[in-house]
Design a binder for this molecule. Structure first.
Ligand code: FAD
Length: 446
């Protein structure tokens, strides 16, 4: 399928702009770059490998519903993303997305969020609750400087792993029952290697901005609205970006065969792992930087379950001890409530995905549901479960291990010239990071 949208015009003067840019990838970072470049007067063509736009914002359609299987919510600290949403008319479409969550502990599901429910349901003994409160208070002197929307703000703390800091400050119980499942479930990361700087930003995000939202019709409305008025060619896999005269030649494979796009400038928003193959003339320093970016992997199975048990109304995060194959289960909350079934999204752990990536979609879906049924609290609930959709994410979220923030910040000064890069690995593993990196890439081209 090819999505052909009207050719870009300069919004200020209405004339065809003279400078041509190609954006590689129609994820949120690429679309943010294209959106801004168009407003800066460039003629922009977005080339997308897949048959759909949005990259890691993607939906599975089921019985009239659009179920997000990638990014599912935005929050109040998404300053740049929300500004674009206001401009494209999506802000008024936002409805609340529940962050309520639980953790399996001692064979029972116990609330992790909201905090009063965590206290009431006894996820932590009183001594551990006191350590959680006291440990969080130690962040007070750092609090003002932390900014969940700008991870650079906490770069001074990019010096220790989340696990070692948490064990030292919160103790083992909080680390095992709160910190590890949170990192594993929300960002598919391992506390043993993740930087404490990112954990601090996450804690501030939960405590200072505890509300999340999603467009009424699902998160996939965001890339569609951002692409409105842009030229986006889907099914166009870029195979090489090489110098041509004063500009660039972007080679791609399309259904009809190979095609080349000439451009004055290029924004490459493909995942960092692909950059070295796409741009043969990268310097040694750049090659080393891109090779050092790692991603966690997952597959998300959309599972239909008979009835509407209360347990399935909260997200559930699993610890490694409880469940090595599954990291979390998130409900899809129907806007209309007249259905007699529930939908949940179950995510595989990174090792389980990598170990089973060769399976067919049917086999992988069955593996996900069989693994989830092994949880004592879920086996009965999921007995009627059937998989109605599956998304594979070999590059789900860039990993922010200790040292990554510092490496990115020092590399960013090299992100200049007429070939620039965008992607969440440059600014943060969420939509805000992707939008910000795209806007910055466009600003660099002027
Ligand atoms: C399961 C999951 C849940 C998530 N939940 C949330 C959430 O709730 N909230 C949140 O804020 N964030 C969430 N995220 C993170 C968020 O989705 C990403 O941070 C963001 O979408 C990344 O955008 P991007 O443009 O950097 O990359 P991508 O979306 O990966 O875009 C890159 C694009 O480049 C294309 N491409 C790659 N190679 C080529 C090529 N050779 N030629 C042409 N095109 C190419 C790809 O097909 C893709 O469309 C989630 C991610 C996942 C995987």
């Amino acid at each position: 399928m090819e999505v052909r949208l009207p050719r870009a015009r300069c919004v200020r003067c209405g004339h065809r702009p003279v400078k041509r840019a190609v954006v590689v990838g129609s994820g949120i970072s690429g679309l943010a770059a294209a959106w801004k470049l168009t407003r800066q007067g460039w003629q922009v063509t977005v080339l997308e490998r897949d048959q759909w736009i949005g990259g890691r914002v993607r939906r599975v359609a089921y019985e009239g519903m659009d179920i997000d299987v990638g990014a599912a919510f935005v929050t109040d600290f998404y300053f740049h993303a929300r500004k674009i949403m206001r401009e494209i008319g999506l802000e008024n479409e936002l409805v609340r997305f529940s962050l309520d969550s639980a953790v399996e502990h001692d064979g029972k599901l116990k609330s992790l969020w909201p905090l009063p429910e965590m206290v009431a349901e006894g996820l932590l003994p009183v001594t551990a609750l006191v350590r959680l409160a006291a440990g969080t208070m130690t962040l007070a002197p750092k609090w003002l400087s932390l900014n969940p929307g700008d991870l650079d703000a906490g770069i001074a703390y990019d010096d220790e792993t989340a696990q070692s800091w948490s064990e030292r400050v919160y103790g083992a119980e909080v680390t095992e029952r709160v910190i590890k499942p949170l990192l594993r479930g929300v960002v598919h990361w391992d506390a043993e290697t993740t930087s404490r700087a990112v954990l601090f930003a996450m804690l501030k995000a939960f405590l200072a901005h505890p509300r999340a939202y999603v467009p009424r019709t699902g998160m996939a409305a965001l890339p569609l609205a951002m692409a409105d008025g842009l030229t986006v060619q889907t099914g166009a896999r870029v195979t090489g970006i090489v110098r041509s005269g004063t500009g660039w030649a972007v080679h791609c494979d399309r259904d009809g065969g190979p095609e080349t796009f000439e451009a004055d400038a290029v924004v490459c928003s493909a995942p960092a792992t692909q950059v070295a193959d796409l741009v043969p003339e990268l310097s040694h320093v750049d090659k080393e930087f891109f090779a050092g970016v790692r991603y966690s992997s997952t597959a998300v199975a959309v599972v239909k379950v008979d009835g509407k048990p209360d347990t399935l109304r909260k997200s559930v995060w699993f610890t490694m001890q409880d469940q090595s194959s599954i990291v979390g289960m998130t409900p899809y909350l129907f806007r209309d409530d007249d259905r007699d079934y529930s939908i949940v999204r179950i995510s595989l752990s990174d090792p389980a995905y990598r170990g089973n990536a060769g399976m067919s979609d049917g086999e992988l879906g069955q593996f996900v549901i069989d693994s989830a049924r092994r949880m004592p609290q879920l086996s009965t609930l999921l007995r009627s479960g059937s998989v109605v959709g599956l998304a594979r994410w070999p590059e789900a979220l860039p990993v922010f291990d200790v040292g990554h923030l510092k490496k990115v910040r020092s590399w960013r000064s090299r992100n200049s010239g007429s070939l620039v890069f965008a992607g969440d690995y440059l600014r943060g593993p969420y939509l805000e990071g992707a939008v910000r990196s795209g806007l910055e890439a466009a600003a660099r081209l002027g």
